[in-house]
Ligand binder design. Structure first.
Ligand code: CDP
Ligand code: MG
Length: 687
């Protein structure tokens, strides 16, 4: 295995791969060991520090400040601190900074708390769904997911707690970032009128890692006075990154990634390796390939610390990638595009880019949401390469030919154009935005998807015929879960099974409950353990069994271990359940048990199906199932499914038989076309 099949690319600074290696001498000078510097000195060395005065002036003078700067220049960690130091958090006000990703919100809050010298949850805190590490009285800087701030606008449309709202990573164009921008634009439009008079101090910062700030500027200045918004560009400090391409496309980029990482370790000096793959499965496979090679590591070579980074990990597991490698070790971090812009991992000198990303798409006609693997955009590929040049010069290995790079599309369509709009539309309605046509979308969702969402909401009784929210709709909008799950909680009243449905709702909000090692004796034992909870009716009831057993046996971690359950996931489910319970109590929903009547439970679950992205499909042999999530990549995986009688569904919604029939046919054809095999991760059975 050697690197001779690589050819140097043209996107680099022109030096050869060898030269890049020689320049390693610079690494020590340009990437100082952090512990050698005080935190204040480190802060002052960040590129953003030179722009502090200007930034603070713009925030003072303009309603909207758009900040553009390379990843790692200090936007996320420093800007909120500057604002804090300049008195923007006086009078009990809070500075909010939103992140599209959970892991970014938590890791950055931890970093800033340590820079300020407080414990997390005191002056600096974070809020993600079902986890609030902030203090109502004390917290001045609050990192939060964009979804959580959007939810807060439902309760307090003026966002009166906040003095400055920083919408970070705006270039990612996540669904809730777009919605927040739209809602805040409404504020900006009204700047001269009521809201500005009521909230003279509210300022907005939109920060982005790509240079394309003009679109945000145009968006915020259209229909308002141009004096309301301005752009500040932070010059980035970037070290040169050599780019190498494969000469031929590879049939298996996961294996290739492992191979290249292995070779880098043998042939290059210090520096950690960051590999971009598309999802958990690939990440695990790549780590396995590397782990298998470990026994063959020659004497004297750096040893490897193998790490995964993806959204399915717990917060603690995710934070492990930030710990520096031990003496004599080199970190290999195998990540999804989580590591592309929102988190900064120090010490990375080599990037291996598969060239692919997994995105969620939604087909409003079939209600079919799926994850598909697509080529990355030019912007992403460039951003990924940049991760190698943050603290010193680096190398990016693209696992595709240079010609492929040239053919990549510029950007990936914003999430709002490829997602189920049911929950967001309900929320917008709840905000009093009834005329969706007049809403100033940053990018409008497709008409078809808005229409389908509205239809679904009307048929579920959440929106009345005149387009207004009903009382139930209002309450469902307030619940911190998807419409489908909230709806299931509400319908538990009718089926007298609130107790169980509450548990199922909590359990489906948690990922990776079962810990099943792949293959081997351990895997087989774990599989047997899991079967103890298996309910014939399907996964929803299996989850319920697991939860009840966990409670019965005293919520112990050793019990979880011996039953192949993740203690952390189970504990999280307990916490989520108690949070959801408060909503049920508030809405007067009875929490009564169905006393083991599984049929009633399953009937209640069907209400879960419509009108959301939670789908159902035909079971291969006998009947119909509903499921919680569908993942469609090379094979189709269905997460959490339960068998149902189709009549229950038709009866419940009195859907015109024709519609139902054609929907069924469409779905079937689609699935047959692809020769899908249904696999339930929880039951393990092939359906
Ligand atoms: O937001 P932006 O990408 O502009 O940068 P940042 O996240 O504020 O990071 C600024 C610097 O803080 C980085 O260059 C890292 O050296 C450091 N940092 C860190 O050490 N640990 C973190 N969890 C986050 C940032
Ligand atoms: Mg950032």
């Amino acid at each position: 295995m050697s690197l001779t099949f690589w050819k140097p690319g043209t996107a680099g600074p022109g030096s050869t791969l060898d030269r890049a290696t020689e320049s390693e001498g610079n690494v020590v000078q340009s990437a100082p060991n952090h512990s050698a510097y005080s935190i204040q000195a480190q802060r002052e060395r960040l590129p953003i520090a030179k722009h502090r005065e200007k930034l603070m002036y713009c925030v003072e003078m303009y309603g909207v400040t758009i900040v553009v700067g390379q990843t790692g220049c200090g936007k996320t960690t420093q800007l909120p601190q500057y604002l804090f130091e300049c008195g923007w958090a006086a009078d009990g006000h809070v500075i909010a900074c939103t992140q599209p990703r959970r892991v970014a919100a938590t890791s950055v809050a931890g970093r800033v708390a340590s820079e300020i010298g407080c414990s997390l949850g005191e002056e600096v805190g974070y809020t993600i769904r079902f986890e609030d590490v902030s203090d109502k009285e004390r917290t001045r800087i609050r990192y939060m997911t964009d979804g959580m701030l959007f939810r807060e606008t439902l309760l307090d449309p003026l966002l009166s707690r906040y003095s400055v709202i920083m919408i970070d990573e705006a270039h990612e164009r996540s669904l809730y970032t777009d919605l927040l921008l739209g809602v805040l634009k409404k504020h900006v439009n009204l700047l001269c009128s009521a809201i500005r008079r009521k909230r003279p101090s509210l300022r907005l910062i939109v920060s982005s890692a790509t240079l394309d700030a003009t679109s945000f500027l145009e968006y915020f200045t259209s229909g308002t006075s141009p004096e309301e918004a301005t752009v500040v560009s932070l010059e980035g400090r970037m070290y040169p990154v050599e780019v190498a391409y494969l000469q031929e496309p590879t049939p298996d980029y996961v294996r290739k990634a492992a191979e290249v990482a292995w070779n880098i370790n043998l042939e290059h000096g210090r520096g950690d390796i960051l590999i971009f793959l598309t999802g958990r499965e690939e990440i695990d496979r790549c780590l396995e390939e590397l782990a298998e090679l470990l026994p063959t590591l020659p004497r004297g070579a750096s040893r490897l610390t193998l790490l995964a980074l993806h959204a399915g990990l717990t917060t603690e597991e995710q934070l492990r990638v930030f710990e520096p490698a031990e003496q004599g070790f080199r970190k290999v971090i195998v990540a999804t595009n989580i590591a592309e812009a929102s988190v900064t991992i120090d010490g990375v000198k080599f990037v291996i880019d598969s060239g692919f990303v997994k995105i969620r798409t939604y087909n409003p006609t079939t209600f079919l949401a799926s994850l598909s693997t697509v080529p990355v955009s030019l912007a992403s590929a460039t951003q990924r390469a940049g991760r190698a040049g943050r603290t010193s010069s680096g190398i990016c290995y693209r696992l595709y030919p240079a010609s492929t790079f040239a053919s990549l599309s510029r950007t990936i369509p914003p999430e709002i154009t490829r997602t189920d709009m049911t929950t967001p539309i309900l929320q917008l309605k709840s905000l009093g935005i009834d005329d969706l046509m007049k809403f100033e979308w940053v990018s409008a969702p497709p008409a078809e998807s808005v229409l389908r969402a509205l239809e679904g909401l009307v048929s579920a009784g959440m929106i009345s015929d005149n387009g207004r929210l009903t009382v139930v709709g209002e309450q469902v909008a307030e619940c911190p879960v998807e419409v489908g799950v909230a709806r299931m909680l509400f319908s538990s009243k009718e089926f007298k099974c609130g107790e169980e449905i509450l548990t199922i709702a909590a359990m489906t909000s948690v990922q990776d409950i079962f810990v099943i090692p792949d293959g081997g004796a351990q895997g087989a034992i774990a599989e047997l353990e899991r079967r103890k909870f298996t309910a014939e009716e399907g996964d929803h009831l299996t989850l319920l069994n697991a939860y009840n057993a966990f409670k019965r046996y005293g919520q112990s971690s050793s019990w979880c271990k011996s039953h192949a359950l993740s203690f952390r996931a189970m504990s999280r489910a307990v916490s989520i359940r108690s949070q959801l319970k408060k909503y049920m109590v508030r809405f007067g929903l009875p929490i009564e048990s169905c006393e083991g009547d599984a049929k009633r439970l399953r009937q209640c679950l069907i209400l879960h199906v419509h009108p959301t992205s939670v789908l159902f499909t035909r079971k291969a042999r006998t009947g119909w199932v509903i499921f919680h999530e569908l993942e469609e990549t090379k094979k189709t995986q269905i997460r959490i499914l339960t068998e149902i009688e189709p009549d229950w569904y038709v009866f419940k919604y009195s859907i015109a038989n024709d519609d139902f029939h054609s929907f069924r046919i469409q779905l079937q054809c689609r699935l047959l076309d692809h020769g899908h095999k249904y696999q339930s991760r929880h039951n393990g059975a092939t359906r």
